[in-house]
Design a protein around this ligand. Structure first.
Ligand SMILES: CC(C)(COP(=O)(O)OP(=O)(O)OC[C@H]1O[C@@H](n2cnc3c(N)ncnc32)[C@H](O)[C@@H]1OP(=O)(O)O)[C@@H](O)C(=O)NCCC(=O)NCCS
Length: 165
């Protein structure tokens, strides 16, 4: 189902990603994060879970995105066994547009999309050195549920952070 919700954060619009936004999303990923993916991976997540693929734009320019995957597996925070989970695969906001609440709003909207897809929790991996992002997730009630040494190609460890939604 198409999620038509669009939010305004100052002059920015936060809305569901459109197929034609993908090249800008891929560009933002390439400048903001060391983890890059094939174009077909972005298309796959866009097609499989449009409710949780959200962008922030200003006057036609995409300045931030979040993309997620709906998964089924063991809960990392509840002792409920198997459950449907939203995996935040990637989130980034261009430096010029940071600290205005866009990251927070993108995550909020993606969590709403996960609820529409009957997910009971969300999780993500984050570099242990990414204190700004960890602080933002903690403000949104994500908890560190585990740490994996040498998770990233360059040898850095990751935190797994999860939240009940
Ligand atoms: C992590 C990231 C997505 C956050 O995006 P953002 O748009 O800057 O996030 P927000 O503005 O919502 O929140 C960031 C900070 O701004 C604050 N903030 C929110 N609204 C604000 C406003 N209106 N005015 C000023 N500050 C505000 C938040 O409280 C938060 O403060 P804190 O750093 O003290 O916790 C962004 O920094 C980024 O793209 N980083 C590089 C990629 C990356 O690390 N991604 C995460 C990988 S797991």
């Amino acid at each position: 189902m198409q999620n038509l919700v669009s939010k305004h954060v100052g002059p920015y619009e936060v809305r569901q990603c459109r197929f034609e936004d993908l090249p800008q999303v891929i560009l933002i990923n390439s400048v903001c994060l060391p983890e890059h993916y094939s174009d077909s991976f972005f298309e796959e997540l866009y097609t499989e879970s449009p409710e949780t693929f959200v962008v922030a734009e200003l006057a036609g320019k995409v300045v931030g995105y979040i993309m997620c995957r709906i998964e089924y597996g063991f809960s990392s925070i509840r002792r409920l066994g198997l459950s449907r989970k939203g995996h935040i695969v990637s989130v980034a906001v261009l430096e010029e547009a940071r600290n205005r609440g866009l990251g927070w709003t993108l995550i909020k909207e993606a969590l709403e999309g996960m609820k529409q897809r009957s997910c009971g929790e969300a999780y993500l991996e984050v570099r242990v050195s990414n204190t700004g992002a960890v602080r933002l997730y903690e403000k949104m009630n994500f908890k560190i549920t585990s740490k994996t040494e040498r998770y990233y190609r360059d040898g850095e460890a990751s935190y797994l952070m999860s939240v009940i939604i």
